[in-house]
Design a protein. Structure first.
Length: 392
């Protein structure tokens, strides 16, 4: 396995080993080798593959259960309006056909249709089950303002030179083969076509921290992009930067630092444009500090294990799956309100219904984002507030 940076092709260096975990035989029961590129600032998980990630999305992923992805959420609608404005402000008019790759439940293209976008829109996602119930096979596609198609970012269901604007909202950080994705986008776009990419702005994680290690505990985030690394990636795959936006955008639970770029198809490789200052603002220290915070928290929890008769974790969150490997013990109980997770095990420990857990010992609420709601329910079930500890 080489140390070549996936985006700028320079030599990257080992930063940290971060041990993840998961339920049952999760692909994330492994140690992630985090590497940093000093030339473009990318931090990435070196020892994961798209094949393993595909297995995760098909067999483990619980996105469908989460209100975070609700297309009717007012916060998500607010975010869709920012996306639309970004496109319009770039002088791309509403006659432009948009294909949203990795569309999930189809929120953005549905929003475009409801807000008067005149051109037809297409939503593409690998998980066809999550797509809205619209015809997948129609005799006359012109009858429909929105179509949904099953497809992969690395193998789009479009002919060569056929598309005008491709959008990728929170897609590229999930795919190892970034060059393949961008080359496939280049293939299907018309000569005057554009690509819009949004990813979390990793250089600003430290400005908007959530708990001890939220940003690094999202196990399926293969890449943590800097501005420079994302621009290097598009430039080397036949795109020229047109516009960039760094802002704070809403989700139903929290605000996140957003990095959004618009690029134009261009057959010539280009250097980072003068439109943006590509100087590095490294965030490797934030990664290291996050890991140290997790270790400190694990040491505190081990003292609980010595002082209380029973230790119970509520919420099988990503944060918990980064914390549990540091504990080095199995003397605890796990519970979660998800009926799907209640059918699973963590290293032989069953995931129980919270209502079936004895209210003795200490309760540790794992999810950073839902602590208030869980604590309220726990107290209503008989837990003593003084015996409740929340991961932060």
């Amino acid at each position: 396995m080489n140390n070549i940076c996936p985006t700028c092709k320079n030599t990257s260096y080992h930063l940290l080993n971060w041990e993840f975990s998961g339920l049952d035989d999760s692909i994330f029961n492994q140690i992630a080798e985090l590497y940093e590129c000093p030339f473009c600032g990318l931090i990435y998980n070196r020892n994961i593959t798209d094949e393993k990630l595909s297995s995760f999305y098909q067999n483990e992923c619980s996105y469908s259960e989460k209100s975070h992805f609700s297309i009717s959420s007012l916060k998500n609608i607010e975010k869709y309006s920012v996306y639309r404005k970004f496109i319009v402000d770039a002088e791309i008019d509403d006659q432009t056909i948009i294909a949203d790759i990795g569309c999930g439940r189809g929120g953005f293209v549905t929003f475009l249709n409801k807000t008067g976008w005149n051109a037809n829109c297409v939503g593409v996602d690998i998980d066809f089950k999550s797509l809205p119930n619209t015809p997948s096979k129609v005799q006359d596609e012109s009858k429909y303002k929105i179509l949904f198609r099953e497809g992969k970012a690395v193998e789009l269901p479009f002919p060569n030179n056929s598309q005008e604007l491709l959008t990728y909202f929170h897609v590229l950080e999930h795919i190892v083969g970034i060059d393949i994705v961008l080359q496939e986008a280049h293939r299907v776009l018309k000569d005057t076509g554009h690509i819009l990419i949004e990813v979390p702005d990793a250089e600003r994680y430290k400005e908007y921290p959530i708990g001890s290690a939220f940003w690094l505990s999202i196990r399926e985030h293969v890449y943590h992009f800097s501005v420079c690394s994302l621009i290097k990636a598009i430039n080397s795959n036949g795109f020229k930067l047109v516009k960039i936006s760094r802002s704070l955008l809403p989700t139903p639970e929290f605000y996140y630092p957003s990095l959004m770029i618009l690029a134009e198809k261009n057959d010539k490789n280009t250097e980072c444009n003068s439109i943006v200052n590509c100087s590095l603002h490294g965030f490797s220290q934030f990664v290291l500090d996050s890991y140290e915070s997790l270790k400190t928290q694990s040491e505190q929890i081990l003292t609980f294990n010595n002082n209380y008769s029973k230790l119970t974790f509520w919420g099988c969150s990503s944060e918990l799956f980064s914390l549990l490997p540091l504990l080095g013990c199995k003397d605890f109980a796990l519970c979660d309100s998800s009926k799907v997770k209640q059918k699973s095990y963590y290293k032989g420990i069953p995931i129980l219904d919270p209502e079936k857990i004895p209210t003795i010992g200490i309760l540790i609420i794992a999810p950073y984002l839902h602590g208030d709601a869980i604590e309220k329910v726990a107290i209503g079930m008989g837990w003593n507030k003084e015996n409740i500890f929340r991961l932060t």
